[in-house]
Design a protein around this ligand. Sequence first.
Ligand SMILES: [Zn+2]
Length: 192
Amino acid sequence: MKIYSANWRRSVISLVGTILLGSAIAPSQEHIGQISQQLTTKQGVKYWTTRGNVVPVCWETTGYDREKQISKSAVMNSWGYWTNITFTGWGSCPTSGDAELVRIRIGPQGPENAGAGGQARIGEDALSKAADNSPGMNLGFDANVADQGRVEYVAIHEFGHILGFIHEQDAPRRCCRRSTNLWNSPSKRRKS
Ligand SMILES: [Zn+2]
């Protein structure tokens, strides 16, 4: 399914998951269902539609190769797969010039929150030039030992902000519905 067209404000993402249950006698595949839920974007956000749905990404910080690879794979296999957004680059950020990129700065983090955290600006506001010294995304990792699942969660979450989404708990109140999606599942509603 493709989302992120020019005229959407609230979009729907569907996630289909399957798990394989096996037994010694007869392995069987169980379909565990599909979740469809609208996500909320920031009012007045500048969508990437104005840039051909291309999000240019670069790393400001050297090192953290493991966490970078986990993050990139998580983003490409989630937002990159389920939307028609193209994430380009993923190399080292230029240190000069006027290129506007989603610059990601990484800092050290201790073992709290399973060794990973982050924050990001919303939509195209995440773009910056080298001289701005204002990366659109900041990530923190406990290098080489951060929990892989937590790194994946943080990366997907922060790139959700990059695409324009806000926290569902910050969205205008909607009647009679609780958020239970992967974006803000109650068990993962940490500061990130
Ligand atoms: Zn967030």
